[in-house]
Ligand binder design. Structure first.
Ligand code: PLP
Length: 287
């Protein structure tokens, strides 16, 4: 069966899947999304992802297009149709179709699109070497906590990273502190082995991988600080890494032109990656 997508109540061939030209997602980026990783055929942290989806929608006064239980059923149906065991389910909800006008339409039915994508395991080489990040100014809006499809600054940042041969771009706020990457949260490990990541407020997206890793770090009893950290502190850090649904825990070994620590993936970073992978391996299908 060709790859399938789900569009507003129908399963359809991915290549033919389409939305209306007056969908407000297309015209205004008036919508939100989620990316739920799939590992060993299991949706990782599905509940927190759906919690965040519902929160993003609430903040924008968009209704859920269907019940949470129905969203779960569609995710599973799509995974089955696409034989997905490793990758992710993408879900996007917009305010719906209406004649173009900035203010909310009086009546619009939220539009829902769901797709899946397979993902290859990270290569041994990437994990042995770690990745480079560049830094640039954070030019995003003041509600980065909403997982909005309005991602222009993020894609410009990621493009700049790609052009510099880097994996990610870490964004700097007006105080010279790192907020996060363009599609991943930023972390460092200090000389005193304290794991540091930006506290979750409206300056960052509170990553679901971030939340899961915070729990694992606390369970292991490692020192942890959720606070802002500067570029200078990151450059002087012993280790650095990023987290996201597609990166899991990815060691960062270069920030701009400077090696992080000894230039190799950090020991604590790799231990945390292992713990996170163990955590995913231990997950079971709910119910
Ligand atoms: N920060 C941003 C801006 C993101 O876009 C993402 C993921 O796409 C993350 C952080 C990491 O979030 P998660 O761990 O839920 O994938």
């Amino acid at each position: 069966m060709p790859r399938q997508a789900y569009v507003n109540g129908r399963y359809t061939a991915h290549n033919d899947a389409a939305v209306h030209i007056e969908d407000r997602g297309y015209q205004f980026a008036d919508g939100v999304y989620e990316v739920v990783p799939v590992y060993n055929g299991i949706l990782v942290d599905e509940e927190p992802h759906l919690d965040r989806l519902e929160r993003s929608l609430r903040e924008l006064q968009i209704d859920m297009p269907m019940s949470r239980a129905a969203m779960k059923l569609v995710s599973r149906e799509l995974m089955q149709r696409n034989s997905l065991s490793r990758g992710f389910v993408y879900m996007q909800i917009t305010r719906g179709v209406a004649p173009r006008d900035h203010k909310f339409p009086a009546q619009a039915t939220p539009a829902l699109v769901m797709t899946t994508r397979q993902m290859k395991p990270h290569s041994a080489e990437v994990l042995e070497k770690g990745v480079k990040v560049i830094t640039l100014r954070d030019i995003r809006w003041e509600r980065c906590d909403i997982k909005s499809v309005s991602l222009l600054p993020n894609i410009l940042g990621k493009q700049a990273a790609a052009e510099a041969g880097a994996y990610e771009a870490w964004q700097l706020d007006d105080d010279g502190n790192i907020t996060e990457g363009t599609s991943a949260n930023a972390w460092i490990v200090t000389d005193s082995d304290t794991v540091v990541t930006r506290n979750a407020n409206s300056a960052i997206l509170n990553g679901i991988t971030r939340i899961a890793l915070l729990d694992l770090i606390r369970a292991e009893g490692f020192q942890l600080e959720e606070r802002a950290f500067s570029l200078e502190e990151a450059q002087a850090a012993r280790e650095a890494f990023v987290t996201s649904s597609s990166s899991f825990v990815m060691p960062v070994t270069q920030i701009d032109d400077n090696p992080v620590g000894n230039g190799h993936p950090g020991l604590l970073t790799m231990k945390l990656r292992e713990r996170y992978v163990d955590y995913m391996n231990g997950l079971k299908e709910a119910g």
